[in-house]
Write a protein that binds this ligand. Structure first.
Ligand code: SAM
Length: 284
C-alpha cells in the first residue's frame, strides 16, 4: 500500500485529470485545485509531470504509473482508495486513458465500485476535430496504427471503411509513411494534418488525398512535432462494408434469382433480406 501523508478533504475517488498538450496555460483552475488536494498523483512520467506541477505550485506526492507498471500497481491503488484516500491520474499530455495509460485501472475501479471522476480539459483528439472543419457527428477514432507492415495497412483500411470522419494519432517518424498510404487508400477524401496544437509551431493543413506525401516532401520541417491526422468522409456517405455488400449482392444476382440472391447476401452480411430484395427489385 502507498503511505498516507495527508488526509484529503476530497471525496475518495480517482480523479482523471486532463493536462495541457503544449501550453501550460490550458491547465484548468479545477485541475490545479484537484492536483493540490489529492493525496497522491499517479503520473505516466514523474519528470514530465513534475515540470507542470512545479510551474503551478503543486507539491503533492507523485509516483510513476505507466503502461509497464499499470497492471502491477492496480491492487495498491484500489487498497489506497478503499482507505478513504483520493488520487489523481495524469498522463504526459492531454486526457489520460485516451491512447495513454489508465484504461485498465479505470475498468478495475468500476468493477470494485470505486468512484472515478473526470476533470476534463485538453485532448489532442477533441482539439484537432474541433478545428478540422470535418463532420464530427459521425467520427471514428482509432488512436495509433500498428507500427509496421500488413497490420498497419489493414488497420488503416478498416478505419477508412467506417462512414464519417476518421481520426488517428501518429508519431513524427511515421507521418510520411502514413501520408503515402493515405494518398493511395483514401482517394477522393479530404485529409487534415493538425500539427503541434497549442504550441509555437502550431499548424493545420487541409489537403486532398493524393497531395499528402508532397506536402511533407515540399518542406521537411513539417515532419517535426506531434500530429493528429483526420480523414473526411467519402462522398457516397457509405462505409466500405455497405459498398462491399452492394457488390456482393450484384454478383449474386447475376447467378441467382432476386429472392435467392437476397437470402444468401442476408445470411452472409446480416443485412435484412427484405432490404436487399427491395434493392434488387425496386432500386431507387
Ligand atoms: N491522451 C492524449 C490526449 O488526450 O491528447 C494523447 C496521448 S498520445 C500518447 C500522444 C499523441 O497525441 C501524439 O503522438 C499525437 O498524435 C497527439 N498529440 C499530442 N499532443 C499533440 C499536439 N500538441 N498537437 C498534435 N497532436 C498531439
Amino acid at each position: 500500500m502507498f503511505q498516507s501523508k495527508s488526509s484529503s478533504t476530497l471525496p475518495p475517488a480517482l480523479y482523471v485529470v486532463a493536462t495541457p498538450i503544449g501550453n501550460f496555460n490550458d491547465l484548468s483552475a479545477r485541475a490545479i485545485e484537484i492536483l493540490k488536494t489529492v493525496s497522491l498523483i499517479l503520473a505516466e512520467d514523474t519528470r514530465v509531470t513534475g515540470q507542470l506541477l512545479k510551474a503551478v505550485g503543486v507539491k503533492t506526492r507523485t509516483i510513476s504509473f505507466n503502461a509497464y507498471s499499470e497492471a502491477g500497481k492496480i491492487p495498491r491503488v484500489i487498497d489506497w482508495l478503499r482507505t478513504g484516500e483520493s488520487a489523481a491520474l495524469v498522463s504526459d499530455a492531454g486526457t489520460p486513458a485516451i491512447s495513454d495509460p489508465g484504461r485498465l485501472l479505470i475498468e478495475r475501479l468500476h468493477e470494485a465500485d470505486l468512484p472515478v471522476i473526470a476533470i476534463p480539459g485538453p485532448s489532442a483528439l477533441a482539439a484537432a476535430l474541433s478545428i478540422s472543419g470535418l463532420p464530427s457527428n459521425s467520427c471514428h477514432f482509432i488512436g495509433f496504427l500498428p507500427a509496421k507492415g500488413g497490420a498497419r495497412q489493414k488497420a488503416l483500411d478498416v478505419g477508412l471503411g467506417w462512414p464519417g470522419t476518421l481520426v488517428l494519432y501518429e508519431a513524427p517518424h511515421r507521418i510520411t509513411d502514413l501520408a503515402g498510404r493515405l494518398d493511395q487508400s483514401a482517394v477522393g477524401r479530404k485529409v487534415v494534418f493538425a500539427r503541434e496544437l497549442t504550441k509555437t509551431h502550431e499548424q493545420l493543413v487541409r489537403v486532398d488525398a493524393g497531395e499528402c506525401a508532397d506536402w511533407f516532401l515540399n518542406n521537411p520541417d513539417r515532419i517535426r512535432g506531434e500530429f493528429v491526422v483526420l480523414v473526411g468522409p467519402n462522398d457516397s456517405g457509405e462505409s466500405s462494408y455497405e459498398l462491399n455488400a452492394a457488390k456482393l449482392l450484384a454478383v449474386l444476382a447475376r447467378e441467382l434469382s432476386p429472392s435467392k440472391a437476397a437470402s444468401v447476401c442476408a445470411e452472409l452480411t446480416g443485412i435484412p433480406r427484405r432490404e436487399l430484395y427491395q434493392k434488387l427489385t425496386n432500386p431507387t
